[in-house]
Design a protein around this ligand. Sequence first.
Ligand SMILES: O=C(O)[C@H](O)COP(=O)(O)O
Length: 215
Amino acid sequence: MLQVYLVRHGETQWNAERRIQGQSDSPLTDKGEKQAWQVAERAKALGITHIISSDLGRTRRTAEIIADVCGCDIVFEPRLRELDMGVLERRHIDSLTEEEEGWRRQLVNGTDDGRIPDGESMQELSDRMHAALAACLQLPEGSRPLLVSHGMALGCLVSTILGLPAYAERRLRLRNCSISRIDYQHSPWLASGWVVETAGDVSHLDAPALDELQR
Ligand SMILES: O=C(O)[C@H](O)COP(=O)(O)O
């Protein structure tokens, strides 16, 4: 059975400032760097064989640290990027106008084709995340891949595997450098296909980690 591990990148400057990132970027904080080294040690103990990462800076840095500890190469995969948050990227979450809040609400309340202007819909995010995940099925027998991605992107992937809508990702806290595991199984009796083994495990971190809204 194929086990795939999902890691959200380490804390960034804009995570800490509650600033919307999307496909814009900010560097890891010192805490984020430390988180990355801690999740890297966990990955090594799990026997990770492949690292596939969003190509944004925050995930790239997190993947480089994990690769250093695990002795793996990295494949950069743009389909693992965070949701494109359009015109609201770089904005502080508390600075949004009522109209702008309305755009963000559309993303998470199931509005058909809800999106922030110039941004992506949750369905578009779900489609590309599942396409990136499906590529893991082509890896050699016995592979144990680890994907480095983002809060909304991974939340959307896990939610849809559970049969929930893409926008349900708000109900799942995937904190910085949390690790989740999904398995691909063939079982006529149980659900065949992807199943969620664990989600949002932070037991390898020695301090509380933020989720994307610093809850
Ligand atoms: O700020 C954002 O765009 C997301 O809510 C969190 O993104 P991240 O997981 O890439 O920090």
